[in-house]
Design a protein around this ligand. Sequence first.
Ligand code: TEU
Length: 554
Amino acid sequence: MRTKWYKDAVVYQIYPRSFCDSNGDGFGDIQGIISKLDYLKDLGINCVWLSPVYDSPQEDNGYDISNYKDIYPPFGTLKDFKQMLDEMHKRGIRLIMDLVVNHTSSQHPWFKDAISNPNSPYRDYYFIQKGKKNGKRPPNNWTSLFTGPAWERIKGTDDYYLHLFAKGQPDLNWDNPKVREEVKDILRFWLDMGVDGFRCDVITLISKEQPMKNDYSLFPLKGLNQYRYGPHLDEYLHELYVDVYSHYDTMTVGETVMTSVEQGKKLVNENEEKLDMIFNFDNTDVDNHFGVKYFLKKFKLTNLKKVYSKWQHALYGTGWNSLFIENHDQRRSSGRFGTVSEGPLKEKSAKALAATYFLMRGTPFIYEGQEIGMTNHNFKSIDEYQDIEAKNIYNLMEKYKILKPFLSKAFRDTNRDNARTPMQWDDSEYAGFSKAKPWLKVNDNYKEINAKKAIEDPNSLYHFYQKLIKYRIGNKILKNGVYSDLLPHNNKIYASKMSSDDGEILVIANFTSKKQKCKLLPVDAKYELVLTNEDRNEENYLYEYEVRVYEYKK
Ligand code: TEU
């Protein structure tokens, strides 16, 4: 029986290698997470999304899995995992795992067998095809999302295998019913252990058009239109729901890169029984062109408003939204979406953004460190980077120097390592993340920005999130209300309303560093001011980055 608990959830994403190291090897681990569960409980969240901890060669930091039913040893053991799960449940915190089944690692036994033996039973678990010109050319011109060709030649043969991401991430052939049964078996393994659901990695890429053809479009990502919402996607997602999810009280949120709002509606329509929510990236694409994060575009508040209105209205009455501004693939939100990344207005602007994205219809997600205002890191050289996507882009700029003037700033500001620096717990060495030198540099600002300092400051962003979370969970107006944008064409003030039979909630925020006149501020006493980041609260005016949340209970 599925209770749809996720509609009263606030989810905290943990990137395990960067969260907390308990055994002094410079690498986060499960016992480190256990040691911080009271911190999460005090913050008020009631669900954790845990990025992959499965056994993996870690070419893509765990998004390349070699054993879906065991733990990567530096993270700990299955015993540690079960202890963590129990400790989370004791605190009323549910756990969703990262399900990465568009591809496995090339070190997975299935793949190793498939490429070593043309008659392997695992051969068609993957896309292995003859190359052209006696193997000198790949089967088609598709390119990888991590740059370069999407086909890798199998040594000593004329055959190639498909990898939409890194070479070490061969795509699974979902048209093979045996592959789908393997995935269901993996899901049941974790659900029977008590896990509460899954974040489904690039799940809209799993169905590829057959036969796969050359792509003669001008877009650099060749093949995209033959797999981004493939012919059998709906069918496969529904199959997983009927055969697995429907038998447990689960939540599923799909990472659905490059999908339209029409496709999103189909994916989360509760009557279609596929996914409960999706991460669509229209919001994080407002400051780039064509959804390519390296093609930077100036941020406009009205563009963000358009995205939120589009998705709030599209899913109202049929599905449910996810609400997020950060994750492990995105730059930090500090300094993004109209906020400022340093100076006296940094935290105040972050509070304005927090209230704006948090109080709509949907489940809010917080990425580790977002609650204390962690920022991008000023990496000094490519040697300090670790992310495979970042390194591939850097190598592309080295190979084609002409790209450098266009991509360097974008590369520095948007590379994924920005979000993966160790969690800043306190002002001790390595920010309290570890006793040893961490796998990735700690941000230089850890003495100013850390959880200990945030908790000690009653006016901190941390405490603002704590209040937001407490206000959000169980709020009927937010759960059942309909969203409306009160100032769609205003580039300075964000004003939204949630209204339902239970009442109204207004969120009105000034996204500028100057005082702004605002006639929308309610004067009727029936509107109670429930949250703000400003003491002055003047009639008809909002101070710089001032946000006010009003509630009117019917
Ligand atoms: O991300 C999918 C994906 O397309 C991103 O990596 C994208 O490149 C990023 O949003 C920046 O543009 C998922 C995981 O979240 C990511 O960490 C993995 O690297 C990727 O899939 C492959 O599993």
